[in-house]
Each structure stands twice: as C-alpha cells, then as structure tokens.
Design a protein around this ligand. Structure first.
Ligand SMILES: [Mg+2]
Length: 233
C-alpha cells in the first residue's frame, strides 16, 4: 500500500507546488517510486504548438513541475486529469468553460499512482476549504484520499491566522496533520513578521513545523531528515 501526503495550503499561491516538487525530488533521490497527483487544476495554459501535444491541450504548470521533480514517473496526463483555463475554483472554471467536472475522477485518478508508487504526493487546489462543487470542499477530497495533510503556509504577515485557521478546519474534520512547512516569499524580504511567525504558530498549534523554506531555495535539513525518517519507517 502506497503511503503519501495530501499537500494543502493556507491560501492559493503560497508555494504548495514548490514544496511538493522539493519533496518529490527528495523522495526520488532516496530511492522511492514517487507518484504525483493533482486532482484538478485551473489557470492552465494552452500548450505551445510545437507538435509534442495535440493543438489546444491545456497544460498544468504545477503538474509538470512536480512530475519533472519526481523523475517523470508514469504519464504526465495522469498527474492532473482535469485541467481548466479559468483562474477559478476548479468546478467554477469547468462551468465557465462549458466542460464537465468529474467528482468521481478526482478520487479514482489517484488509483493509477497508488498502484505503481511507494509514496504519493497529492497537491490540492487552493486551500483546504476551496469548494469542489455543491456541498463539497477540498477537505472532503483530502479525507477520501486517506493521506495525512502537509500544510504549506506563506511565511509573511497574516500567516499565523491563516495557519491556525487551516489547522482548526483540519482538526474539526478529524483530518490527520503531518506537519506544517513555512515558505518565505522572495518578494517580501523586509517583512518583520518572518522571523517570529514560526514560534508564534508553535505556541498555539500542537502540530510540528517541519521546517522553513525560502522560495527558490532548497529543502532545509530538518525536512530532509523528516523525509528520510518517513521513507525508512
Ligand atoms: Mg500549485
């Protein structure tokens, strides 16, 4: 049975994909067969007409990034089977484009990866309470995937509130939380909250902060050790 993580964020554009790609590369380097799965992506772009993909094919940059970091396992098309162009919650993007949105495929698309992988990284879209249709949130999909949550948070002013809200939403739904990774954006080098955010989150949160990543930088040793422990245990 493949193990895995469901990577969620405290907001959109906090660095889920960046952290997922670092983890995928670390797992692959440790000899793991890594699966990467993005159940749905919006804000996708049309592939360049260079003949490698059929004209009009939508490409998820997130899917490509994690797939390449994992060493290109399986088929790229299976990394993110449901891709939409509009930068909206996935089911709203589908509606705006007159395309079907397949709630079942969100779940069954994972089977391809669990069947051939030792460890699967699932990257959600948006945050934990991103809607996925009537009466369904990303948290419901995370519960069905069955992997513990890895929460990626933007290390910037506001992250204490965002992180604690995400943790509370997870706990309320009894979703296990593996830990939190803080990602410091390069665009806010003079944010005085950055240094104190980890400690302030620790005071109010029982889940571990696994480490801090500078966006564009490598995984810190604390997270690399955590990955090695996960794969050896
Ligand atoms: Mg992403």
């Amino acid at each position: 049975m493949a193990r895995g993580l469901f990577i969620t964020g405290t907001d959109t554009e906090v660095g889920k994909t960046y952290v997922a790609a670092l983890l995928a590369a670390e797992l692959a380097a440790a000899g793991c067969r890594v699966g990467v799965y993005k159940p749905a992506a919006s804000g996708c772009t049309v592939a360049p007409g260079d003949g490698t993909l059929p004209p009009g094919t939508l490409v998820s940059d997130d899917a490509v990034a994690v797939w390449e970091a994992a060493g290109r396992p399986g088929e790229l098309d299976r990394v993110c089977p449901q891709r939409f162009a509009a930068p909206l919650a996935p089911h709203l993007a589908a509606r705006a484009e007159g395309k079907p949105f397949d709630a079942e495929l969100l779940r069954t698309g994972l089977d391809y990866w669990t069947a051939q992988s030792d460890f699967v990284l699932v990257e959600g879209a948006g945050g934990l309470l991103c809607p996925l249709g009537a009466g369904e949130l990303m948290a419901d999909l995370a519960a069905d995937c069955g992997f513990p949550l890895l929460i990626v948070a933007r290390n910037a002013l506001g992250t204490i509130n965002h992180t604690l809200l995400t943790v509370e939403a997870a706990e309320r739904r009894r979703l296990p939380v593996a830990g939190i990774i803080l990602n410091t954006p390069v665009s806010r080098p003079n944010d005085p909250s950055v240094a104190g955010n980890p400690e302030e989150i620790r005071v109010h949160c029982s889940h571990p902060i696994l480490g801090e990543v500078s966006h564009g930088g490598p995984l810190p040793e604390s997270v690399r050790r955590w990955v090695r422990d996960m794969t050896s245990g």
